[in-house]
Each structure stands twice: as structure tokens, then as C-alpha cells.
Design a protein around this ligand. Structure first.
Ligand code: HEC
Length: 390
């Protein structure tokens, strides 16, 4: 075996052992116990669709590799529990009132209702008319409760407390007793920046623990409530932020919709096939078509648009978009308009217009005149666009 062949074989082996599972089998058990889940590999890719206002933080995302996490689910008639594990060399904690130190964080996302497997909400926190719920937890330094406690002095740091000696000590002890290091919240969203916290969410429990270079996050939620529903196949997406890389907001790793199989039914099989579909098109021809039709606006890996973010950067789109979504994006750009256009980070393009009823229309033309096999080829090419594993 010559060197290249050996190297190729090794790479192939490495990618087999890390290959993402097509779906997660939810384990049914009367009592929910994190040890009962069947963990599967889920790959997460650097979110490159939009840039962040903080250019320094976005620069830290450059060249980032994919992140291999593990996830599993256990459920009973009332609730479900999701376990997510991933390696992180540093345990980064968000410091109160710091704009420079960010905490590690993790979120899971579910569609609000059971829907057609090829019409799932936009992966980046849903889209108009396709609502999601997001369960988010962050590793934060203990902070004083803000809403619960009307006493503002409980939120003041020592320098701002006009107290000394025993009085100061007493105050600080009282603050410490009230402090909570928990940041776990439930949101509903219909697109980036539309996240709304659900303050009365009941039956949700979350925790994240760091041990030996690995995070384990647990999310417990009602099986069905007004924010999300359990289906034969419940699609779930995972996001992970690395505080050491200034990770926050869009600067994160993101998985594609990952099917959680909760029932062994023909519909479940069909849904899994749809969500994890790989285009049978010719990727090489797709690349050629993309350079002719799409590269004027989109950056796609080595193919660079004339200016950054004239349109979403598709360099990792194969990592977090389904084939169904990609096809829909090409044929009917208005079906889902990427809600994240950011004037500050990328003033070089307008991504959509808003009509007098407030509806957004994409500035991307529909490519519905391309032949079906050409669309398949482009989708096959887009599915190859994703970072390698670190
Ligand atoms: C005139 C500029 C332009 C051209 C040409 C163009 N697009 Fe787009 N595209 C956009 C804009 C702007 C958006 C964001 C608004 C939206 O979601 O429609 C977008 C969105 C997308 C998305 C969704 C991205 C995401 O992150 O979810 C995909 C996929 C896409 N385009 C693929 C293509 C492909 C494939 C082609 C070529 C066949 C193409 N585009 C040609 C401007 C363009």
C-alpha cells in the first residue's frame, strides 16, 4: 500500500467510526433515567449562514471544524429526557456583567407541532409560520435573582454597596444565599432574534455537568404541551457554544434536524428517510451549475461570492440543512426566508424585502426553470459543503 492509499484508508476508517447516526432511537421506560438512553453520534457544524456583529468573535469561528457530540432520548407517557454529551477542553463560565467572558452553552430545538418531514421549520430557530421551541442552558457564574427579588441592592456588587465591615459581610452572605448559578430557559421562536422566553413553562428541568473534559447536559420536558409535541418521529436539532471561542448567539455549532424515533411505524420510517435523505444527483455537475448560477451571491466553501454575506454563506449548509429544505430553497426562495440578515455585520446585500403587510420576500430568484436532475445535482453538491471533523 502506498502512502496516499494508506492515508485514504485511515481517513475512511476515522469517518466511519465518527459517522453520524441516521436517527436516535428513543428508549421507553417508566422512570426517566439519563443512564438508560441509547447514545448516538450527532455531528454539529459551525454556523456560517450569517456573521455576528462582533467581528473578532466571528474571526475565531474561521476554519472551525465540525464537532462530534452524542445524544440519546428516554421517554414515558408523560415526559421525555434528552441527554447530550460533547468534549470541550475548557470549562468556560459566563461571568456576570462581563462582555468578554462567555460560558459554554447548549440548546435543543423541536418543531412546535408534528408536521410534514419535508416542511420542517428553518434550522436557525424556525421561520415565519414554522414555530420551534428552544431549551437553552448556559454555564454561568452565580448571579442574583433579578425579577424575583425587588431589592436592587441584592444585585449590586461590593463596590456599589455603601456598606462596610460586618454590615457588608452580612449583605454579601444574603446575596450569596439568593444567588443562582442556573441559567436554563425555554423559548419559542419563529426565526433568529424572535426568541421569546416562556416564563410559565411547566415540567421542564435542565442541568449541565462538566467532568474529565466532557459536558453532559440533560433536558427534561413534557412529552406534549403547547410548545412542542411528540410525534412518531420527533425532529430535534442541537446547538453548542464554546465560551472559550467567545461563542454566543450565532457563533455556535449546529446539527441538522435529527429524527428521534418514538414509534415503530411505517410513517416513522418514511419520515426518517425524508429527513436524512441524500440526493442521488451528480455533485460534480452540481458544483459546475452552482458556480454558474449561485456563486454571484453565495460563498460556498472555496467558491467565494464577490463580497462577504451578499447572501447566506453556504459553506456548511450540507451539515445542517436537509435535502428537502435545499430543494425548496432553490425552487421557491419565499417558502422560507432566512430571517437573519444583519445590516451591521454585512451591509453588502439586502436579503429580503418587506411588503406592506409585513411579509418578507426573498431577493433570491427562483430557479424553477432548471431541470429536475439539475436541481438534484445542485442539492448533491450543497450536501458536500461542510467542515471536516476536528
Ligand atoms: C441574487 C443573489 C442570489 C442568487 C443568484 C442565489 N441566491 Fe440563494 N439566497 C440569496 C439570498 C439573499 C438568500 C437569503 C434569503 C432567503 O432565504 O431566500 C438566499 C438563500 C439561499 C438558501 C438558504 C440558506 C440558508 O442558510 O438556509 C439556499 C440553500 C440558497 N440560497 C441556495 C442557492 C442556490 C443553490 C443558488 C443557485 C442555484 C442560489 N441560492 C442563487 C441570494 C441568492
Amino acid at each position: 500500500m502506498n502512502k496516499t492509499v494508506k492515508l485514504l484508508t485511515l481517513t475512511a476508517m476515522a469517518s466511519i467510526s465518527l459517522a453520524a447516526a441516521d436517527f436516535i432511537t428513543a428508549v421507553k421506560a417508566d422512570k426517566l433515567d439519563a443512564a438508560k438512553v441509547k447514545l448516538e453520534n450527532v455531528m454539529l457544524y459551525p454556523q456560517t449562514t450569517i456573521g455576528n456583529n462582533d467581528k473578532e468573535a466571528t474571526a475565531k469561528m474561521k476554519g472551525l471544524k465540525a464537532l462530534s457530540a452524542k445524544a440519546g432520548v428516554v421517554f414515558n407517557d408523560k415526559e421525555m429526557m434528552v441527554v447530550v454529551k460533547w468534549k470541550d477542553a475548557t470549562n468556560s463560565k459566563q461571568k456576570e456583567a462581563s462582555t468578554k467572558l462567555f460560558g459554554d452553552a447548549v440548546a435543543v430545538q423541536f418543531p412546535a407541532s408534528c408536521m410534514e418531514a419535508d416542511k420542517l421549520p428553518y434550522i436557525g430557530m424556525g421561520s415565519d409560520g414554522r414555530q420551534v421551541s428552544v431549551l437553552l442552558q448556559k454555564n454561568v457564574e452565580a448571579v442574583y435573582p433579578v425579577a424575583e427579588n425587588a431589592d436592587v441592592t441584592m444585585q449590586q456588587v461590593r463596590q456599589n454597596l455603601n456598606m462596610f465591615g460586618d454590615e457588608l459581610k452580612k449583605k454579601e452572605a444574603a446575596q450569596k444565599a439568593l444567588a443562582s448559578s442556573k441559567y436554563n430557559k425555554v423559548f419559542v421562536a419563529e426565526g433568529f432574534r424572535s426568541m421569546t422566553e416562556v416564563k410559565d413553562a411547566k415540567g421542564y428541568e435542565m442541568s449541565m455537568t462538566y467532568k474529565a473534559g466532557e459536558w453532559t447536559a440533560v433536558f427534561k420536558k413534557p412529552l406534549n404541551d403547547e410548545y412542542s409535541k411528540a410525534c412518531d418521529v420527533t425532529p430535534m436539532a442541537i446547538a453548542i457554544w464554546d465560551g472559550a471561542k467567545d461563542g454566543r448567539n450565532g457563533n455556535k455549532w449546529l446539527s441538522s434536524w435529527t429524527p428521534i424515533q418514538m414509534k415503530d411505524s411505517p410513517k416513522a420510517k418514511a419520515d426518517i428517510a425524508k429527513i436524512t435523505e441524500k440526493s442521488k444527483g451528480n455533485a460534480a455537475n452540481g458544483k459546475k451549475l452552482a458556480s454558474e448560477n449561485c456563486a454571484a451571491c453565495h460563498t460556498m466553501g472555496d467558491m467565494k461570492a464577490p463580497m462577504a454575506y451578499m447572501a447566506p454563506d453556504l459553506s456548511n449548509i450540507g451539515g445542517y440543512a436537509t435535502a428537502g429544505y435545499l430543494k425548496e430553497s432553490i425552487l421557491n426562495p419565499n417558502a422560507v426566508v432566512v430571517p437573519g440578515y444583519n445590516k451591521n455585520a454585512h451591509p453588502s446585500g439586502v436579503w429580503y424585502n418587506v411588503d406592506d403587510k409585513g411579509a418578507r420576500t426573498s431577493t433570491m430568484p427562483a430557479f424553477d426553470y432548471l431541470k429536475p436532475n439539475e436541481i438534484d445535482d445542485i442539492v448533491a453538491f450543497l450536501q458536500t459543503l461542510k467542515a471536516g471533523v476536528k
